[in-house]
Design a protein around this ligand. Structure first.
Ligand SMILES: Cc1ncc(COP(=O)(O)O)c(C=O)c1O
Length: 350
């Protein structure tokens, strides 16, 4: 029985081309900025994002943290959505290591922040208040189910922030999924913001790495912060080599993952006990709800024993993510096994 792992697109393994590129990579010491492969990846990343420069970091979480460290001071306040990855899944690093207060605005279902609410959240100058210095957006939005922010929305949000002297960081861990879904270049989604990061190690199938992009000054500062965090790497061109293949070859194919996610959502919608809205599935993340009669943790365990792995999103909510290592046929098979487990659990609950 084939295991169909829908927990995350981070489980994707490097392709043969990536392994070959890793083997053949030209290397140097990147702390001296002498690794030609890293330099090439950083130049390519900056070009793709339409920014002056880029920095390779170990992970999306490190990029987000460095974006905070380089654009705020301890005691500042940053504004993010209440479903933001930076808030939920990054161990509170912005507060613990950056010393900033994290203030939240409710995320709309589609990942946006209501801009009037954002405006009301921005602190006025007052001796009692921290300074609001950074707004964080996320595209695609993970906890909102892979939803996309349009260039128009991002522009409006950035204009508002900039009017108040606030910088904008875009957590674009899956920005290429958004770009493919909207049919626009990633640079258009990143143009309005001051800093943007994206991940190589999710849908793009590379083993490690994230790129943090912005102006030359910002990236110079980010490089120093990365060193302080212990993230100054040496012959990490072996990582960058796979990243270059990821950017060259793996972006266009994301449309397949999106089609499979829709297929999954449409199939789930046909299972009466499951609540899901296939129209809300824009990229490669499907979030669905189980009825109260079914324990989510037990469902995930039982389904795992049937060779389908999915993740919990809290409460009755389950998350399934499509990626290069699952095909349309696997989705049909996963649906059969999900239906079987739901039926068994419903019968046991009666
Ligand atoms: C939106 C978003 N931002 C940041 C990250 C963090 O990336 P990493 O796991 O590389 O630290 C993730 C990881 O899933 C993510 O979904």
């Amino acid at each position: 029985m084939k295991t169909i792992d829908l927990r995350s697109d981070t489980i994707t393994l490097p392709t043969e081309d990536m392994r070959r590129a890793i083997y053949e990579a030209e290397l140097g010491d990147d702390v001296y900025q002498e690794d030609p492969t890293i330099n090439r990846l950083e130049e390519q990343s900056a070009r793709i994002m339409g920014k002056e420069a880029a920095l390779l970091t170990v992970s999306g979480a490190m990029s987000n943290l460095i974006a905070v460290l380089a654009q705020t001071r301890p005691g500042d306040e940053i504004v993010v959505g209440d479903q933001a990855h930076m808030l939920w899944y990054e161990v509170g690093s912005a507060s613990a290591l950056g010393g900033v207060v994290i203030r939240t605005v409710p995320n709309e279902e589609d990942g946006r922040l209501d801009l009037r609410t954002v405006e009301q959240t921005i602190r006025a100058e007052d001796i009692h208040f921290p300074r609001t210095t950074l707004l964080g957006l996320e595209n695609t939005h993970n906890r909102c189910g892979g939803t996309v922010l349009t260039p128009e929305y991002t522009t409006a949000a950035a204009e508002l922030a900039h009017q108040h002297g606030i910088r904008v960081h875009l957590d674009g861990a899956r920005i290429f999924n958004a770009a493919v879904a909207l049919g626009v270049p990633a640079s258009e989604l990143a143009a309005p913001v001051d800093s943007v990061c994206f991940c190589l190690s999710k849908s793009l199938s590379a083993p490690v790495g994230s790129l943090l992009c912005g102006t030359c000054d910002f990236v110079a500062s980010a490089r120093k912060w990365r060193k302080m965090l212990g993230g100054g790497m040496r012959q990490a061109g072996i990582i960058a080599a796979a990243g270059i293949v990821a950017l060259d070859d793996m972006i266009e194919r994301l449309a397949e993952d999106h089609a499979n996610a829709r297929l999954l959502a449409q199939g789930l919608a046909r299972i009466p006990a499951i609540t899901v809205n296939p129209d809300r599935v824009r990229t490669n993340i499907v979030i669905f709800d189980l009825p109260a009669s079914i324990s989510t943790s037990e469902f995930i365990q039982r389904l795992g024993r049937q060779g389908v792995k999915v993740g919990s999103r809290g409460g009755q909510r389950v998350r399934a993510v499509t990626h290069r290592m699952v095909e349309a046929g696997d989705i049909q098979e996963a649906l059969k096994r999900i239906e079987l487990v739901v039926r068994e659990m419903e019968a046991a609950a009666r």
